[in-house]
Design a protein around this ligand. Structure first.
Ligand SMILES: [Zn+2]
Length: 233
């Protein structure tokens, strides 16, 4: 019962569900396999290699940035720009944070410990070396009307921010840290933090309500089941 045409078999039949629930189809995706970075999976790529792919976010006409030095992976930036244009969000949404090197994450972590305490910091700030921001594929966005707190910018579900969230997957982005996945991600709900994974992966993750921890595990499992050579980045 392999699914050849869609992303994932329909799971409405109980029998199919039992058989397929933890599998993903063999060759459904066109984007590279997304890299998992979390407290148990520190970033492994050399920073110089990552930085060779970065571009300044402010180089995109009309995009508002909290800091001119914010950079993102060029593909992530191109899709972010397209998403902002699609929701007509360039005036109302500000890019608050993008790529961070180890030194910057260390500084953010220490200053948050100092200013906000250990409980808050553990909830919202990844350990240096374990932040998705090291990949250049994670972006924090804030409502221009919301005061732009650097660690936890306001990003409501309504209005243009809501439209951004609703269409994010179409452009390859997922809200990385959701409330009901905290036990898996180790990070509290962050409505402002979006991770670029590519539209094909984002569609699957949204459709099946999988966080990246669950999704990459499913991909691995599917690879084992299928004997597929699935070694994309
Ligand atoms: Zn973030």
């Amino acid at each position: 019962m392999e699914n050849q045409t869609g992303y994932f078999p329909q799971l409405n039949a109980k029998r199919a569900e039992a058989h397929q629930a933890d599998r993903l189809p063999n060759k459904p995706v066109v984007d590279p396999v997304p890299v998992l970075v979390n407290r148990d999976h520190p970033v492994s790529e050399n920073a110089a290699d990552t930085e060779s792919r970065l571009a300044f976010v402010g180089s995109c006409p009309g995009i508002r940035v909290l800091d001119d030095r914010i950079r993102l992976d060029t593909l992530c930036l191109e899709r972010l720009n397209a998403l902002l244009e699609a929701v007509n969000g360039k005036n109302d949404i500000v890019i608050v944070s993008g790529y961070r090197d180890l030194a910057e994450q260390t500084e953010i972590y220490s200053s948050s410990l100092r200013d906000n305490g250990s409980e808050y910091t553990a909830k919202f700030v990844a350990l240096p070396g374990c932040s998705e921001h090291h990949t250049g594929l994670a972006v924090d966005v804030g409502s221009a009307a919301g005061g732009l707190n650097f660690i936890a910018p306001d990003f409501p579900d309504e209005g243009v921010c809501g439209a951004f969230k609703a269409r994010a997957a179409e452009f390859g982005f997922v809200q990385r840290y959701k409330a009901h996945k905290e036990h898996l991600t180790g990070i509290s709900c962050e409505p402002w933090h979006f991770r670029y994974v590519g539209a094909s992966h984002a569609a699957l993750m949204e459709e099946h309500d999988l966080c990246l921890e669950e999704y990459t595990e499913r991909l691995r499992h599917t690879e084992e089941q299928n004997g597929a050579d699935f070694h994309g980045k």
